[in-house]
Design a protein around this ligand. Structure first.
Ligand code: HEM
Length: 204
């Protein structure tokens, strides 16, 4: 590791994160293709409609196992404290890059923590509503309609939050993506975005 770099995410954390990320994209691709006839053509890159119908629930299991691992690996760092509520109060300043007005944060800011909780909860809803849709013959019609509605709504929510997550991790805050690709960030990035974490990592 270069002298001005800090270790941020372990290899295991990165493997789990990208397993979740890639399986989620596969789920979106196959799920959208089933739901909208105009998007059915997307199944051709996955081997056709029948193959996509098998790939979707299998990717769902990979996603759910990945998300459960992610939950237990990250949860200790994701509880909100007093500083987080202050940070949320200054979210406008954060969004407009008015750095002086944003309270200093530790390893994760409150937005990242809330994203973790939202995706964990919606991920569980996706699994619980997806299982009856996988084996429809075992369930009644009205129940399946409700499960399908909740499955769509949680996909919409998880998908919208993911768009914000990808935008913030790439375009909005350059230097962040490398944290999840190589596990390391520059000291400058750490000082700027997570000053309390920077202090913790360098002061001993
Ligand atoms: C597929 C595109 C994705 C990209 C480019 C991406 C990128 C990143 C990056 C760069 C980080 C590190 C942020 C930091 O160190 O401060 C991160 C963290 C994280 N990612 Fe992703 N991610 C993606 C998909 C996902 C998905 C699908 C989920 C869950 C459903 C997810 C959940 C998380 C969580 C919980 C964290 C830790 C908290 C946070 O930094 O927000 N990511 N991601």
């Amino acid at each position: 590791m270069a002298r001005n770099e800090l270790q941020r995410h372990s290899y295991a954390h990165r493997v789990v994160h990208w397993t979740v990320g890639l399986s989620f994209l596969l789920l979106l691709l196959t799920g959208l293709a089933f739901s909208y006839p105009s998007l059915f053509w997307m199944t051709t890159i996955l081997g056709g409609g029948a193959a996509a119908r098998v790939i979707h629930p299998v990717a769902g299991i990979v996603f759910s196992v990945g998300l459960a691992l992610m939950f237990f690996m990250w949860v200790r760092e994701m509880f909100l404290g007093q500083l987080d509520w202050k940070w949320l109060g200054a979210i406008k300043a954060y969004a407009s890059h008015d750095r002086a007005a944003v309270p200093p944060v530790g390893k994760y800011n409150a937005g990242q923590k809330l994203f973790f909780w939202v995706e964990s909860i919606l991920g569980a809803v996706l699994l619980l509503t997806g299982l009856p849709l996988w084996f429809p013959a075992d369930f009644g019609g009205d129940f399946l309609v409700l499960m399908r509605l909740l499955h769509y709504l949680s996909t919409l929510g998880a998908g919208l939050f993911l768009i914000v997550h990808v935008y913030l991790s790439t375009v909005a805050y350059p230097g962040t993506l490398r944290a999840m690709l190589y596990g390391r960030v520059t000291a400058g990035w750490a000082k700027l975005h997570h000053p309390l974490w920077y202090k913790e990592k360098t002061e001993h």
